[in-house]
Design a protein around this ligand. Structure first.
Ligand code: MN
Length: 747
């Protein structure tokens, strides 16, 4: 018998040992198929290639996975390295097996050039996301484990590269899936290549200390076993040295010496049920002195990957600290196999007669016992499709980009850089030209074809892309690059929206009052800005049209009230009976002049008063407020009392647009107030009075107050023609020696 067959017979013997009734015919067929296809291929070690898939199948069998997984493990390199195909494997071994082999092949083809940490996390996520079936990941992990076990035959560069990948991608995935045993072995193997000096240091130190503690593990194990037997506890006790990488990490990252590490040694006590766990804990704490703060109850609060155990650290009589982990057999299975077991349960393997009911009974029990605590959390952490809302794709040089599910090459291009998106003319996925709508899949290698003469994004792209990032960047581009086009498009969109509402754009733009209110409400300075905003998508045409309608309703209501008021007045003087109008006429309101120098939009000769808080003068931007019974009160636009942000919602309709009439003149001038801050000195008030008389301004009041800290406040009330005159007065006052601030009161 040749080497390959010998090795295979051993595998079959192991399978039958675990499952005496296993049907191994198909497994044998898979071995023969792979053996034939790999043919004379050799590994770097000089062994026939087929030894590797057999070894991987052995590890899969140790995990107690189903028959399809073992078959897929035997075939796992066939698609990649031989002329075998997915279809052929499907025909011979079933679709399930073919899918598994295909999945492993995809993961094998993934490139993991070493990247920054965030990239590594994306790589790990992609790895999980790409494998729709968790068995694919398990086979890939076992494949990597065997490759790491035989890494000595590879070149130095290859060793470093594989070791780094193992440490950064594979070991964390094994951990996430709760597969401690594989994780530890991967970490130790990787460390040996990544830091040979550190690895051997720790190794040597450990040798020394264990020689010093000769017999410790054995003695202690016997000691614990005897005590627990006395207590009548059914259990199994295992003692072991912690794996090298965990010690290495504590020594190097936490800067500890070997003597400072409490859990160099660990014992596991595996019992029948949960009460026994706590019973054993009590015995252990009775036998040895517990180290304070080291007890952890992962039975009450399992780790996210499903791990359960009681952990405690104690010190023996010889002063050597050690850790004790106490768990049931069920928990032990989860700790060792992790997600592998859960998967068997989830896929209902029992029904497919691919394993025996007994094999996953414990998983079911575990799941059921979890129901009381937080079943969602438990299942969620074990799900393989945990990244279903994300896809992970590669750039041509191997960086990973995370995009929302359904993302297209457009999203990808903008995730690289807006300049890439804006000059995109085409896209390739896995070397093939694709359309921009093509949804990307995890593991795709995406390449964007750009051109300097690209015309830029199209508006349709905003509908095609899935990420907000891309959408915003496209919008930005339209905002910046295509102002003329935006204005034209925006105008057309706005017009059509208005038409829809039965309004005409022409009538609205001719109505300056309406327009001004609208522009203010959408925070645009000019009509073009409004069009442009609609054009690039910053403002929706529907929203702008809705604003117009609201405003027209409001103005219409005001006008109707006024018309009714006038009609009633008229009827009183003529004796006619007039009924309030019930129809709303959409007339264009024209401003009319009043003798206060203020024009109130739409209101003729209404009573106007100037507010005392900000004392506006002609030239100040102003706004009016319709008071109850005192006409319209005029504020400066920068008056805090007129601040749109502070206006009460229910009073919004009472704020009206007002403006100064051309040549607004009030006979007595406009009263306004000024505050002067100055360093106090003799004759300050006199100088102020002199300055005021020099500019021939009428002063109604002047009061000066000295402050205790040597400063003075002067308050002035004057009457001026307009803002220009007032500015002149302020300038004059500012020149007075000691004055450091002259400002209008209020506002
Ligand atoms: Mn392989």
């Amino acid at each position: 018998m040749d080497l390959a067959h010998k090795r295979y017979e051993e595998l079959e013997r192991q399978i039958l040992a675990a499952h005496p009734d296993a049907d191994v015919g198909k497994i044998r067929a898979a071995f023969e198929y792979a053996n034939e296809h790999h043919g004379p291929q050799l590994r770097k070690s000089g062994e026939p290639y087929i030894i590797h898939p057999i070894a991987v199948a052995e590890i899969i069998n140790e995990l107690d996975l189903d028959r399809d997984s073992i078959i897929a493990a035997l075939l796992h390199d066939c698609i990649e390295d031989t002329d075998s195909t997915h279809d052929e494997i499907g025909r011979m071994f079933g679709n399930q097996v073919a899918e598994l082999v295909e999945g492993v092949t995809k993961l094998t083809r993934m490139q993991y050039t070493s990247r920054e940490d965030e990239q590594m996390e994306n790589l790990r996520k992609m790895f999980m996301a790409m494998a729709k079936d968790v068995r694919v990941i398990l086979i890939k992990l076992c494949d990597r484990l065997h490759n790491m076990r035989t890494l000595q035959y590879q070149s130095d560069a290859k060793q470093k590269e594989k070791a780094l990948e193992t440490m950064e991608v594979y070991a964390p995935i094994a951990h996430r899936l709760g597969m401690q045993k594989i994780k530890w072995e991967l970490e130790d193997l990787a460390l040996e290549y990544l830091d040979p000096v550190g690895f051997h240091d720790v190794h040597e130190e450990l040798e020394k200390i264990t020689t010093l503690h000769a017999g410790f593990l054995d003695n202690m194990q016997t000691h614990i076993e005897e005590r627990l037997a006395e207590e009548g506890v059914q259990c199994k006790v295992y003692g072991r040295l912690k794996h090298i990488y965990s010690i290495y990490r504590k020594m190097y990252s936490q800067n500890k010496t070997l003597n400072e590490i409490f859990d160099l040694y660990a014992f596991r006590v595996i019992v029948e049920d949960i009460p026994a766990c706590y019973n054993v804990l009590g015995c252990i704490h009775d036998m040895f002195k517990p180290v304070l703060g080291r007890f952890k109850d992962y039975i009450g609060t399992p780790k996210p990957n499903g791990y359960q155990s009681l952990h405690t650290t104690v010190v023996g009589r010889d002063g050597i600290p050690f850790e004790v982990q106490i768990r049931t057999w069920d928990m032990h299975q989860t700790a060792e196999y992790g997600v592998a077991a859960h998967w068997k349960y989830k896929q209902g393997m029992a029904n497919q007669r691919l394993g025996t009911e007994r094999d996953f009974e414990w998983v079911r029990k575990l799941l059921e016992s979890q129901q009381d605590t937080d079943p969602d959390e438990f299942v969620r952490t074990l799900r393989v499709d945990m990244f279903a809302d994300e896809v992970f794709v590669f750039t041509p040089n191997g960086d990973v980009k995370s995009l929302p599910a359904g993302a297209t090459p457009i999203d990808f291009a903008y995730a690289i850089h807006s300049a890439v998106g804006n000059s995109m003319t085409g896209a390739r996925v896995n070397g093939r030209i694709v359309t921009f709508e093509t949804p990307l899949k995890s593991g795709d290698i995406v390449e964007i074809i750009t051109s300097k003469s690209a015309r830029g994004p199209s508006r349709d792209w905003m509908k095609i892309c899935k990420s907000n990032e891309a959408r915003n960047k496209i919008r930005q581009w339209f905002k910046k690059e295509r102002r003329e086009e935006n204005i034209a498009t925006g105008r057309a969109m706005f017009e059509s929206e208005l038409k829809h509402a039965g309004l005409s754009l022409g009538a609205i733009t001719a109505n300056s009052d309406l327009l001004d209110v609208l522009l203010k409400r959408v925070r645009c300075g000019q009509l073009d800005e409004l069009y442009a905003a609609i054009g690039y998508g910053g403002l929706s045409a529907q929203k702008a049209a809705a604003r117009i309608k609201e405003e027209m309703t409001r103005l219409g209501r005001l006008e109707r009230q006024k018309a009714e008021q006038e009609a009633i007045q008229a009827s009183i003087s003529t004796g006619e009976t007039v009924y309030p109008s019930s129809t709303y006429k959409n007339s264009i309101l024209t401003p009319r002049k009043s003798n206060s120098g203020i024009i109130v939009a739409g209101l003729d000769n209404c009573m106007v008063k100037f507010s005392k808080c900000c004392t506006p003068v002609p030239g100040d931007p102003v706004v009016g407020f319709i008071t109850k019974g005192y006409g319209v009160s005029i504020h400066r636009q920068d008056c805090p009392n007129a601040d749109p942000a502070r206006r009460k919602l229910e009073e919004e309709g009472r704020w009206v647009k007002v403006s100064w009439a051309e040549n607004a003149v009030a006979e007595a001038g406009y009263r306004t107030s000024i505050e002067i801050s100055a360093k106090d000195r003799d004759g300050l008030a006199l100088d102020v009075a002199m300055a005021l008389s020099a500019v021939k301004v009428k002063v109604n009041n002047l009061s000066a107050r000295s402050q205790p800290d040597g400063y003075a406040m002067i308050y002035l009330e004057l009457a001026v023609k307009d803002q220009k005159e007032l500015t002149g007065v302020i300038n004059k006052l500012s020149q007075i020696s000691g004055v450091f601030l002259v400002k209008r009161a209020g506002g």
